[in-house]
Design a protein around this ligand. Structure first.
Ligand SMILES: CC(C)(COP(=O)(O)OP(=O)(O)OC[C@H]1O[C@@H](n2cnc3c(N)ncnc32)[C@H](O)[C@@H]1OP(=O)(O)O)[C@@H](O)C(=O)NCCC(=O)NCCS
Length: 132
């Protein structure tokens, strides 16, 4: 295998302010909005590791620890925990900074598996084999 796994990024893959358009009728942010951001963050992390076309093949161990409110600034931190042949397993922690506070705490976490694919949607190696 040529190429190797990068160290975790020192920046969040995504940071976003939660707008009223993302809420349910009770004013809380929809869990599905957070899941969508997790999927996007995993795609950003996969690209940071190696440039390919990727698809999400699974989302596991999703835990919603605390609610997210309007105006909260949400940050998604990614850590690649495994690179297989064509798959990357990425753990994502979602932190929330409630509006007008300096607090920040974990609201959600999940593990996402992304697979690198070619133009025929067939899985391909993340790191091509070295030609000797
Ligand atoms: C991802 C996909 C190409 C894999 O196809 P496949 O025939 O299972 O491919 P392979 O058998 O070569 O497996 C490829 C890799 O995916 C991993 N994989 C496959 N299914 C998996 C699953 N359910 N969970 C975790 N990893 C999985 C395999 O372990 C393998 O990893 P490795 O290469 O690192 O060892 C195919 O399942 C697919 O296209 N799924 C739809 C993805 C998609 O459209 N996502 C967006 C939904 S809107």
């Amino acid at each position: 295998m040529s190429g190797k796994q990068k160290e975790p990024s020192k920046e969040p893959a995504i940071r976003m302010v939660m707008l009223p358009k993302y809420t349910n009728p009770d004013g809380d942010i929809f869990g599905g909005v957070i899941l969508s951001m997790i999927d996007e963050a995993a795609a950003v992390e996969a690209q940071r590791q190696m440039h390919h076309r990727y698809v999400t093949v699974s989302m596991d161990s999703i835990q919603f620890h605390r609610p997210v409110g309007v105006g909260d600034i949400v940050s998604l931190w990614c850590q690649t925990i495994k690179i297989g042949t064509s798959s990357l397993v990425i753990h994502i922690d979602v932190l929330s900074n409630p509006r007008r506070t300096s607090e920040e705490y974990k609201v959600t976490e999940a593990t996402v598996t992304m697979v690198a694919i070619d133009e025929n949607r067939k899985s391909i190696p993340i790191f091509p084999k070295k030609v000797v």
